[in-house]
Ligand binder design. Sequence first.
Ligand code: SF4
Length: 324
Amino acid sequence: MLEEPLPLFRKTQLTYTNADLNGSTDDLWQIHDRFAKGGQHSDGVVSPSLLDLKIEIAHRIYQNCHFCERRCLTDRIKKPGFCGVLGSKYSSEFLHYGEERELVPSHTIFFTGCTFKCVFCQNRDIAYHPNAGVVCDPQVLARRIYARSMAGSRNVNWVGGDPTPHICMILETTRALATLERESGVDARLLNVPMVFNSNAYYSTEAHKLLDGVIDVYLSDFKYGNDSCAHRYSNVDNYIGAVTRNLLASKDRLIIRHLVMPGHVQCCTEPIVGWVREHAPDVKFNLMFQYAPYNVVNYPEMNRYVSDSERRAALNIAKGLNLI
Ligand code: SF4
């Protein structure tokens, strides 16, 4: 990030495209992919920009939702899909000092709703309740981002729940930041805030293409080392295929988090560490131990803390492969 004078969304916003935004979705994707590979940057706001194009495509996906790998294909203007998210809401936003040290202070924005249903979820009050919280408005969020930037935030950290169902809102808010720039008295440099996508990494390939060129850092959970644990504890299919594909696609701007879980060192931690060592050895890997049993009485094997011997075993696996 230090080598990049502008956050990616600004460059995308300054990239002019010749798209007809009323064109077919196939045509818009073709133009998107062409300009995403490299387009001319202007000094001023252009229209339609690559960001405008991404927003148009995102709204179309919203009406046939395949932002995440579940691919509900529901029209979310009319009814929600699995995640339950219709319009975007957030439960809180604040300067977070507990994220990875490269990121703090980080302006976390906690969307409600999630594409997973983890039986041990610690954020159940927001992840399981997409209708809780404050209705998002891109202009209002842009003003909050500016205010937090003035207070010292180093980035905007889109999180939840999970941010994937909210990609329209994220893109709209980045565009609103530019509108703010035109207001008198605004320090434009403080609007150039890098974007962090803090997710379960279960988004679709189309979602990744929209995020590419907007997100500066992917802060991605790698929860499970196999599909069977993922299905049992988060009710997801094709977990490994989707998540490893997304980790590989974002590995130039990636931080991976893995939460060690009780009874899952061999089946999850070990294969995850092995995969990261083989496929993304240069990324920052954060091995986390703060698992706490929460409302998991129906899953007695998960109803305890990680033991000292499991903690040592997980650390030894990661150290043995030079990951930490
Ligand atoms: S974000 Fe995922 S879970 Fe939610 S409606 Fe879209 S495809 Fe379904």
